[in-house]
Write a protein that binds this ligand. Structure first.
Ligand SMILES: Nc1nc2c(ncn2[C@@H]2O[C@H](COP(=O)(O)OP(=O)(O)OP(=O)(O)O)[C@@H](O)[C@H]2O)c(=O)[nH]1
Ligand SMILES: [Mg+2]
Length: 577
């Protein structure tokens, strides 16, 4: 470019537009002329007060906007900058222009059409639509205005009404809810039904983490480009929705690799987390025991590690997690070295916690008390069942993952023998590999279980899928050899005929964990199973058991064995927990 042209372009920085105008007629004329002479698009990023923030020089057909500094105000706000640029071929506002309008949350995007003599003909202005109407684009392109009349459009009024409407949208939501809202996004090649199902679960997971879904966007595409994951057009829709809902958090149903997170956060300027991180967040909120907490922190750190080494700001957004519950406090604190040190420290602690537990457990094993463990998909009603069975105050809540730590209680059967019954954390489909360890640790107790109660929420439309997910995880944990009672819970919520059909098909017992009266068949079945196990000598491995056998002749009748064999335990004050 000639140096005279360069000088003239630089002088644009000194220009100022009256604050009521998008652009003044004389500045649009000068911009058109200069742009025509260099054969390049020129653009001005203008502040609200009409001063020039940045002068942009493009090619004949395009303009590249560099990274803008982080914007004020954050969510639900316009950036306070507008872009006015030239279109040398007299072309209308383009798709790219509209994308920039949305991604940069500009006050407005304007183009000056330049004719073949370098004259400024018309001004075209587009702005975001704060209202968000279904199936309508999130922007509006205003009718052309002749450039010499460009001062007729009241820019100040336009911006004010846009911001007012955005504020209204935002303020319509109570303040305490506002902070914890997100747009849930799924980008998938799966069929509609699968995508929907998975999304429903993500909504539930978000709920369990205390987050409301402001909107749900499912993008099905045949092929997924791993680099961009999602097309620019769709992404702009998401950014618009976020702006319209006053939300700054996106939760993806797919696991995102580090570079996907980076490119998404960079483009959208929103916080982006994936399903794994959401589950980790839930684990972090719910973990009670020392081991649970250690496991969750380890999983969080392991998730973080490969994501280090990206730009600082992206990292802080990443480690900020949902409510800054991530493991890191400040940017500086986080580096690979420290994280690795922390992980080995945690591993060491974990070894110690486990050793203690093994000792505790072997004490318990010697006592010969059968252990029954309740397993099942999350929200199936496991804790409720344990509660009702034992009248104990185990934490029950209508959220996914209400339980993260196994809770044990003693239960005395009608025939007066005792078992230990343990609750477990809910299983979930597609548990990410990295979470499997944390999850398995909370389930290690299951190794000791003599009998599993597989609780199924029969009132859930997808109970079969959930049963399969649980079976899969049991197989992964190598627990398939254990005897299982299939328990169809929430029978109060389904049609009796339907229930009958399922019972015929799968076997098992139906209950409503909420009501003690319905539990009898289950209790009888448990009793029966435990007795069978006892008859099979299931508990006679240790020396204690053979002593008991000698004294009571357990081989003859299980009843005798029950009456006397476990007697000492009834008074044993030791809490198995
Ligand atoms: N209608 C009905 N609701 C039930 C029944 N059993 C449990 N629920 C409800 O289901 C929800 C989940 O119960 P929980 O016992 O917390 O489920 P959970 O399997 O322990 O869940 P996680 O610990 O999160 O895996 C609660 O709102 C219970 O009140 C039932 O028999 N009938
Ligand atoms: Mg529970």
């Amino acid at each position: 470019m000639k140096s005279s042209a360069r000088q003239r372009i630089e002088r644009l920085y000194r220009r100022k537009v009256p604050s009521r105008q998008v652009i003044s007629p004389d500045l649009s004329r000068d911009l058109a002329r200069l742009s025509f002479e260099c054969g390049r698009q020129l653009g001005l990023l203008l502040r609200r007060d009409g001063t020039v923030d940045m002068v942009l020089v493009g090619g004949p057909r395009s303009l590249y906007i560099p990274d803008l500094p982080k914007s004020r105000g954050g969510r639900g706000r316009l950036r306070g900058l507008r872009l006015v640029h030239t279109h040398l071929l007299g072309e209308p506002i383009s798709q790219d222009d509209l994308m920039d309008l949305v991604f940069l949350r500009l006050d407005c995007m304007a183009s000056i059409r330049v004719d073949q003599h370098g004259g400024a003909t018309d001004l075209e202005v587009a702005h975001i639509m704060p209202g968000g109407v279904q199936d309508r684009p999130g922007w509006e392109v205003l009718p052309l205005i002749p450039c010499y009349e460009s001062d007729a459009l009241d820019f100040q009024e336009l911006v004010q009404s846009l911001e007012e409407e955005l504020d209204r949208n935002r303020l319509a939501i109570p303040a305490d809810v506002r902070a914890d809202r997100a747009i849930l996004v799924s980008v998938t090649s799966a069929d509609r039904e699968t995508a929907r199902t998975s999304m429903d679960e993500l909504v539930e997971l978000a709920h369990a983490s205390g987050i409301t879904a402001a909107d749900v966007i499912i993008q099905r595409q045949r092929e997924i480009n791993p680099k961009y994951l999602i097309g620019k057009g769709k992404l702009s829709e998401i950014v618009l929705r976020a702006l319209q809902c006053g939300v700054d958090l996106l939760i993806f149903d797919q696991d995102l690799n580090p570079s996907q997170v980076r490119s998404l956060t960079d483009t959208t300027e929103l916080r982006v987390i994936d399903r794994t991180q959401l589950i980790l967040d839930i684990f972090a909120q719910r973990a009670q025991s020392r081991e649970g907490k250690i496991q969750v922190e380890m999983a969080q750190l392991k998730y973080l590690l490969p994501r280090l080494g990206m730009k600082d700001d992206a990292l802080s957004r990443l480690t900020g997690g949902i409510g800054a519950r991530g493991p890191g406090e400040t940017k500086l604190e986080i580096n690979r070295r420290r994280i690795k040190d922390r992980i080995s420290h945690l591993e060491e602690q974990l070894r110690m916690v486990r050793k203690n537990r093994t000792q505790r457990r072997s004490r318990r094993l010697r006592k010969e008390t059968p252990i029954i463990s309740i397993v099942g998909y999350t929200n199936a009603g496991k804790s409720t069942l344990l509660n009702t069975l034992t009248q104990s105050g185990v934490f029950v809540e209508d959220k996914l993952f209400a339980t993260l730590d196994p809770t044990s209680r003693r239960l005395r059967f009608p025939r007066d023998f005792e078992v230990i019954i343990t609750d477990t954390v809910g299983f979930i489909r597609d548990l990410p590999k990295d979470l499997m360890d944390a999850f398995a640790a909370t389930l290690e107790e299951l190794d000791d279980a003599d009998l599993l109660l597989h609780v199924v929420d029969i009132s859930n439309d997808r109970f079969e899928e959930q049963m399969a997910a649980v079976d899969r995880i049991l197989a992964q944990l190598e627990l398939t050899e254990k005897p299982v009672i299939l328990v169809f819970n929430k029978m109060d919520r389904v049609d009796p005929e339907f229930l009958e059909r399922q019972l015929r098909r799968y076997g098992g017992v139906a209950i409503s964990a909420l009501s003690t009266q319905t539990l009898e068949p289950l209790i009888l079945k448990m009793q029966e199973k435990v007795e069978v196990l006892m008859e099979e000598g299931y508990f006679s491995a240790s020396s204690n058991a053979s002593e008991a056998d000698d004294e009571t002749g357990a081989e003859e009748t299980a009843g005798d064995w029950n009456e006397e064999g476990l007697e000492p335990d009834h008074e044993d004050p030791e809490n198995p927990n």
